[in-house]
Design a protein around this ligand. Structure first.
Ligand code: 3AL
Length: 173
């Protein structure tokens, strides 16, 4: 899909295609549509990021809370969004041993208790060992720094999803 086609989309089509660039936050795509035309994919990506950056902290935490746990109940039950399912599978989170799953569930719960939102990481760039070690490392971050790190991961997930939709090379965005 090229950017001319994106710029020609009506509101409904745009939100149907880009509504899950930010996990379970179609409102962000709805707001980004108003800013068309976009010069290229990079421009489109920047609009999603700018919207997140402009939110008050409660909104940014809300965006994080829209993310399912990594290797959580929704993965077990097959109720993830298609994008999240692909990303968690690519990270090998579907084939964890019972022990590994328990360990991640424990760490996820500790993280949520400390920060008030779920641990978010661009899973498809990692393997299960890296997910667990990042979780352990970030559990000790100061809250303000952790909020920034987590939002950075949301943006990375979004950039990769946009690249999928537009078949662009994410490294060049
Ligand atoms: N919790 C969390 O990071 N979830 C996200 N990560 C990812 O790559 N896809 C998701 O849904």
């Amino acid at each position: 899909m090229d950017v001319e086609k994106v710029n020609a989309m009506d509101f409904g089509d745009f939100v149907a295609v880009f509504g899950n660039v930010i996990e379970r936050c179609p409102l962000i795509a709805a707001a980004v549509w108003s800013q068309r035309p976009f010069s290229d994919v990079d421009d489109l990506d920047k609009r999603f990021c700018a919207f997140i950056d402009a939110l008050p902290q409660s909104g940014q935490e809300g965006v994080l809370r829209c993310h399912p746990d990594l290797a959580g109940r929704e993965l077990q039950q097959g109720t993830l969004t298609a994008e999240s399912q692909r990303e968690q599978s690519a990270a090998g989170l579907q084939s964890l041993s019972a022990d590994e799953r328990r360990r991640l569930a424990q760490l996820n719960a500790q993280y949520r208790a400390r920060f008030g939102f779920p641990f978010v990481l661009a899973a498809r760039l990692r393997d299960p060992a890296a997910v667990a070690s990042e979780l352990e490392r970030r559990l000790h971050s100061p809250p303000a720094q952790e909020l920034r790190t987590a939002l950075g991961e949301v943006k990375t997930i979004g950039r990769l999803r946009l690249a999928d939709l537009l078949r662009a090379d994410p490294a060049r965005l």
